[in-house]
Design a binder for this molecule. Structure first.
Ligand code: G1P
Ligand code: ZN
Length: 547
């Protein structure tokens, strides 16, 4: 095996964000850029004394532009850095939850996932890479900090001279002295789903005329959804739309929300709409759930799944606890309370759930940003959420809307919305945050119409498992009746700054629970602007995306 050590100048901008290193394709294409980061990852994880000799690594991505090229480079570098074997998804494909599943099932020494999640792809789009640890979850901050520090100090990287492997051929090949096994990217994941959900009951529901539509948004879940929903569950061919993964996602923005999944939304709100609609994002970890003419907020989806968890075979014994990110509504807290299980409030980002799941403290986790999942893997999981809903619908035989109305009647409704102000000049976004921060201390006790502020703080979290502290996780204004406004800057955008405003109003009265969230939240929306000076500072009348 011919290992070359290539001298390179280190980069100073390779700090992994909430979901790994994410940059424009052009940045990743700069000479030695990808190699520098990969070497920093390998150096960091190989320093760990517990690494087995000839360790195996999992590798795959969401199929976006640069995916195949990057995989060939990473394989040559893995061989040069002493890995014994790499499991790689056929065609370079592994959805994020499937990668987590493979890491766990085959106990590999973690994995590298190539994705920029829901960000657009293509030559002008985004690319990304992240390291997941052997538990299948995103690396914790202490690891990503170490990777960043290493990336700034590297003077060279190691790579072998070898030809590209055939990524489309299932089976074992070699790169230098290292084995590369190209695996079916769907099989292990589909088997895991069959072990958790009642496929017979769902097949029966569908055979009885229940109609559904799944929008893969030309991203990675196409092959997964076709295999599971059409082949194994018997839905009609064509149930999965936009099911062919494309390097640029067909020019779209593969983010399953009411703005970007417009084809699905038009179908579900149109004439003769199916009973159930769902979509997933670029790398398959997000989900959006729709009924006929009805949108389920991700916060409500988590609460409904928790309240009905025992209906699914994989959760029949009940759940240990629930965790939600701070900006996610407290709907799940109400379910946890009724079930007598703990509910944890964590900072934004899936990595905070990993410790809780590893310690057996929680079974279900969710974020308002269309992320739902459980301890079956260590990533959020889009198709898993869809199958959970189908299992619940198969058992309850009610419409999505009826299930939500029943839920609100029992638990009350946490009316919820998120307003995103994308691509703001950084100074403007910081100015808005600073205005709220400055007001924070003076807010408690102040009344705005019917709302009186109870508390205002910058959220910080102490991990109950390892004691690590994360500060500066978002400014939250909590009102006497439990309503909330949260201001937070996105950690995943690649253009300017994205300001997120999260709005939540609790409504206990069933007579007032129905209705449009934006109307029900109008009072809080005005208060948010009043406190932050958002409109005046940004010069914008409305958010870029409302969910
Ligand atoms: C966003 C979401 C967050 C999610 C992350 C990765 O991060 O808000 O919940 O974990 O993407 O999918 P943000 O851009 O808000 O930092
Ligand atoms: Zn994603």
């Amino acid at each position: 095996m011919n290992i070359r050590t290539v001298a390179a100048t280190p980069f100073t901008d390779q700090k992994p964000g909430t979901s790994g290193l994410r940059k424009k394709v052009a940045v990743f294409r700069a000479a030695h850029y990808l190699e520098n980061f990969v070497q920093a990852v390998f150096d960091t994880i190989l320093e760990n004394a517990d690494i087995p000799a000839d360790a195996t690594l999992t590798l795959g991505g969401d199929g976006r532009y640069l995916n195949r090229e990057a995989i060939q480079v990473i394989l040559r570098m893995a061989a040069a850095n002493g890995f014994g074997k790499v499991l790689v998804g056929q065609g370079g494909i592994l959805s994020t939850p499937a990668a987590s599943c493979v890491i766990r099932k085959y106990r590999t020494f973690g994995g590298l996932i190539l994705s920029a999640s829901h960000n657009p792809g293509g030559p002008d789009g985004d690319f990304g890479i992240k390291y997941n640890t052997p538990n299948g979850g995103p690396a914790p901050e202490k690891v990503t900090d170490a990777i960043f520090a290493r990336s700034k100090a590297l003077a060279s990287y190691r790579i072998v001279d070898a030809d590209d492997i055939d990524l489309d051929r299932i089976g074992t090949q070699a790169v230098g002295d290292m084995a590369v096994e190209v695996i079916d990217p769907v099989a292990d994941y589909a088997e895991l789903m069959e072990s958790l959900f009642d496929f017979a009951a769902i097949r029966d529901l569908i055979a009885g005329g229940f109609r559904l539509c799944f929008d893969a948004m030309h991203a990675v879940t196409g092959p997964y959804a076709k295999e599971i929903i059409e082949r194994r569950l018997g839905a009609l061919a064509g149930t999965v739309i936009n099911g062919m993964p494309l390097e640029d996602f067909g020019g779209g923005h593969p983010d399953p929300n009411l703005t970007y999944a417009d084809q699905l939304v038009a179908t579900m709100y149109g004439k003769d709409a199916p009973d159930f609609g769902a979509a997933s994002d670029g790398d398959g970890d997000r989900n959006m759930i729709l009924g006929r003419g009805f949108f389920v907020t991700p916060s409500d989806s988590l609460a409904v799944i928790a309240a009905n968890a025992r209906l699914a075979p994989g959760y029949a014994k009940g759940i240990a606890g629930i965790a939600r990110s701070m900006p996610t509504s407290a709907a799940a807290d109400r379910v946890a309370q009724k079930l007598g299980v703990p509910c944890y409030e964590t900072p934004t980002g899936w990595k905070f759930f990993g410790n809780l799941m590893d310690a057996g403290k929680v079974t279900l986790c969710g974020e308002e940003s269309f992320g739902t999942g459980s301890s079956h893997v260590r990533e959020k999981d889009g198709l898993w959420a869809v199958l959970f809903w189908l299992d619940i619908l198969a058992k309850r035989r009610q419409s999505v809307e009826q299930i939500l109305e029943d839920h609100w009647a029992i638990f009350g409704r946490n009316v919820y919305s998120r307003h995103d102000h994308e691509a703001l000049p950084t100074a403007v976004a910081n100015g808005i945050i600073e205005q709220v921060r400055a007001a924070c201390a003076t807010l408690p006790g102040r009344a705005f119409g019917n709302y009186t502020v109870k508390a205002c703080d910058d959220f910080s979290y102490t991990d109950p498992v390892d004691g690590s502290v994360s500060t500066g996780q978002g400014l939250r204004i909590i009102f006497e009746d439990g309503s909330r406004i949260v201001f937070r800057l996105s950690g995943t955008g690649t253009e300017g700054a994205t300001l997120r405003v999260y709005l939540e109003a609790f409504e206990a009265d069933p007579a007032r629970q129905r209705g449009d969230a934006q109307l029900l939240l109008a009072g809080l929306i005005a208060i948010a602007d009043d406190i932050s000076g958002l409109k005046a500072r940004s010069g914008r009348e409305r958010p870029t995306v409302i969910t």
